[in-house]
Each structure stands twice: as structure tokens, then as C-alpha cells.
Design a protein around this ligand. Sequence first.
Ligand code: NAP
Ligand code: G3H
Length: 502
Amino acid sequence: MQDVPEFSIMKEGINYRYYLNGQWQKSSSEKLIPIYNPYNNELIGNIQACTKKEVDELIKIAHENINCWEDIPLNKRADILNKAADLMLKWSKSLGFLLMKEIGKPINSAISEITRTAEIFKATADSSFQVSGETILGDAFEGYTKEKVSMTYRVPLGVVLCIGPFNYPFNLTGSKIAPALIAGNTVVMKPPTQGPLTALHFGIILEKAGVPPGAFHIITGRGSEIGDYLVSHPLIDMINFTGSSNTGKNLARVAGMKPLLLELGGKDAAIVLDDADLEITVKAIVSGAFSFSGQRCTAVKRVLPMPGIADELIENVTDETLKLTIGDPAENNKIGPLISSEQCDYVQGLINDALDKGASLKCGNKREGNIIWPTILDNVNINMRIAWEEPFGPVLPFIRINSAEQAIEISNKSEYGLQGMIFTKNIDLAFNIAQELEVGTVQINGQSARGPDHFPFLGTKSSGLGTQGIKYSIEAMSRPKVIVINLSEKGKLVKECFISEK
Ligand code: NAP
Ligand code: G3H
């Protein structure tokens, strides 16, 4: 892959810098954090371990520049987002290649993570027309007249802290940055330490697109060292976070009274009724469970089949899973490495627990390096950890059920509430079940998924707080500003009235 000359400014050799006020800086800590390719353990870069003093400096500058960015007309901010999207498209292959190396995502999916982010930037620019308000007259309430007029428009919240997860480090920070900027906020971004390199390029992309220094900054360092300090910082006005439920819950405790948008973990269940279309269901389950080796919040993480379809469904899902190619992400294999060997140990622990307690192995349960072969477990019951815990790996448990009521009960017993799925031809029944599921979204005859990116995306319970999706994210990162004008009755024209009061 050819080097992009524009990228040379952000690093010395493989030592990346952090981005403060339009400058690429070395941390005074003189500490670097190594980033390894999870497929072959190759060292691909080092990032700066920034200090708390550097956090202070960076957030202060973001705070001081709120007005300067907000004052740029909305249509100009939209132009900047469009230019940023064009640069992402121009550099999508180089960025996708780096992303593939740092998180082990299959190369085609890695490139489409970049192009999908460009589409979000373009759609956010188009949505600038939605940054608007309304005018209301007072006379709808007893005792008030039309002379009391409220004008409401939307204003930014201030400095928005954007923190993303390792599995979509470019896209899930980009989907926060674009609506934050269009709404007029300045942005401080902290990329995940497992997968920070591609996201660091937002510094180059946004600067070249025309974001002035001061409006966008990137701080790097381990969440365990600077995370609490960042989120509790008094000059951070809003936090838009995607990551695990544990980190999200801690963040909510530490952040105090700041507005939060939290997209967290999931344990999405697919309920399969006897009359489901087998071909559609099998395809959705295999793709849903094993894309990016199961490292997606929206992965299909449990299947609850009814007795009339269970045997055939499990056989067909197993047959299709055995066709998935396994190995080097550069060769676009469907199953690649998990992000770390610790994560592999965790996933293996879930498999072992289920097998020890009597689950039947249909395929998988093999490990080489950081790759775990796609594993299907039948006859899983509610006493096994895999029935409840989020593996974030390629493991799919089947929990056989006898009724829709039982499926609803098992689905809802989860601490998570991201998405649910129902596969059936009976749309009336599907609709009734959907109403009972305690999740953000129910997919009928389709796999759980976040996109398309203008749809609302949210979790209930431990899966999150607030709603993401272009229009919803803009709303979450702005607030109404209300100005009430009390017009004088004195200037009122006297008109003849033909309706007499009784
Ligand atoms: P994670 O360990 O929670 O990390 C997420 C981000 O939080 C990283 O940038 C991390 O930085 C940072 N962080 C760590 N400690 C922090 C602290 N004290 N304060 C502030 N930030 C802190 O999650 P992950 O392993 O990257 O991602 C996998 C999880 O994310 C899964 O549970 C998955 O379901 C969830 N997820 C949810 C969605 C959704 O939209 N619902 C989407 C994608 C992923 P460091 O890397 O430096 O520790
Ligand atoms: O990992 C969580 C992401 O929000 C999932 O996005 O459904 O497009 O893969 P996706």
C-alpha cells in the first residue's frame, strides 16, 4: 500500500503524535504505547501516552474556541463536512489497509468502514437543514395571548468529548464527530488504545477540509489512566461514548451532571418461529453472528428456535458456518483474529463453561493464535454463562424454546436491551412479540444492525442511554435556546369582529 504524503506530518517513523490546536505534538510524558497487529503480532505503530496536564491544555483550547466555530455559518460547516468526506473517499484504501492491520478487520469491511463514514459526513452535511427550531404563540394556554411569542432555535452544547470502541474505531468516532461539528460544538476525541491509528487521521482530514485549529483535537492514552479525568473535566460539556457497558456505567458515575449519549453492549436474541423462511433466517443468523468474528454490538448473540424448526435450522446454520473462510484479514477471510489474546481467553472460557454444563458442540472450539474458529453450541440452557454474557467473539448459542412467551421471557431476562429479531411469516404475531421485547429496536425477518445510519439506534437497560443516528445525534449534541418576546398590546390594530361571545 502506497504511503500518502499528507500523512507524514502526524508521525515520526511509526511514532504517532497527538493533535492539539492544529499541531501534531509529542507528549511530555515521553511514554509511548505500542500498537500490535492482532493477526501476526507485528508492531505497527506507537501512540503518545498523554498526561493530565495535556488533557487540561487541550480541553481549555477547545473551550475557548466554541464561539469561533459556532460563528462559522452552518452552510460553511456543511461544506467542510462534505470536503472531509471527499478526502476519506480519496484515501479510503490506505486508511482501510491501516485499519485492517490495527484491528484485524477483513480488508473489504475495513475499507467500507471508511466509505460508510464518508457517507455519514455527507448525510450529516445534508441534514444541516434540520438544525432548526420553531415559533409558538402563547394563546393556547388560558390567560395568555398571541402577544407572548416564543422563538426556539438550537445551539451547541460546547465541548463534546467523543470516545469510540476498538471494533469500529474510525466509523464510531466519525459518527459522533460529524453531528457534533454541524451542531456547532468543538470536539475532543479520544480513540481506543486497541485501534487508534486510523482514527488519528481525522486530524489531517478535518484540517485539510477546513476545520480551524482549535475546533477539533485528539488526545491519546489509556482509558484506565486518563479516562476518568477526561470525562469528569469541568470544561467538557457533553460526552458521546460507545463501548462496553461496564465502562459506560463507570463513565456515567464519574461524569456527574453532563448530558450523555451512551451506546453500549448487547446480547441480541433471534426468535425463530416454526413458519420462518429457512433460507432468509439462516443467511441472517450466520452473517449476523460471525461478521467481524462476532465483534459487533449488534451481532446475533443467541438464537431461540421453536421445536418445529430447531433441528433443520441448526443443521443449516452449521453447514453455512463451516463454509466461512478463516485466516488472514488481508485476504479478506470472513473469520479473523479477535482483538487480543485476553479476549480469546474470555471467549474460550464461555465455550468451556457451556460444554462442561452439557451443551452440544456443532462446530468450532478450535484456537490458533488470536483466531477462534466459529463455534456453534446447541442445547444451551439458562444456567450457562453463554446464555447471558456478551462474548464479543465467534460463538453462537442455540437455546431451544417451546413457546413465544418463553422466548420473550428469556430475551427480556438479559441485562442488555440493544436489539431483538423475530423470524416468521406471521407479521401480526411478530408485531405482538416485538411490542413485548425490552430492546431499542426489533428486526422482523432481518439481522440486527445499526444501519442505515439515518435510522434511530439505541439501547435500553445496560445497552445505553439516548439515541444515535444522524438527526438524533445532532439533537443529542445541541439544545433548544428559547427567546420569548412579550409584544405590547398598545400597537395592536383594532379589527371589527363578527363572532359574538355568548
Ligand atoms: P471498552 O473497553 O469499554 O472501551 C471503549 C472506549 O472507552 C475506549 O476508547 C477506551 O479507551 C475507553 N475507556 C476505557 N476506560 C475509560 C474510562 N474510564 N473513561 C472513559 N473512557 C474509557 O469497549 P471496547 O472493548 O473498545 O468495545 C467493545 C464493547 O463496545 C462491547 O461491549 C460492544 O458491545 C460495545 N459496543 C457497543 C456499540 C453500540 O453502538 N451499542 C458499538 C460498538 C461496540 P482505551 O482503549 O484506552 O481503554
Ligand atoms: O458494534 C456495534 C456497531 O454499532 C454495530 O454496527 O450493526 O453496522 O455492524 P453494525
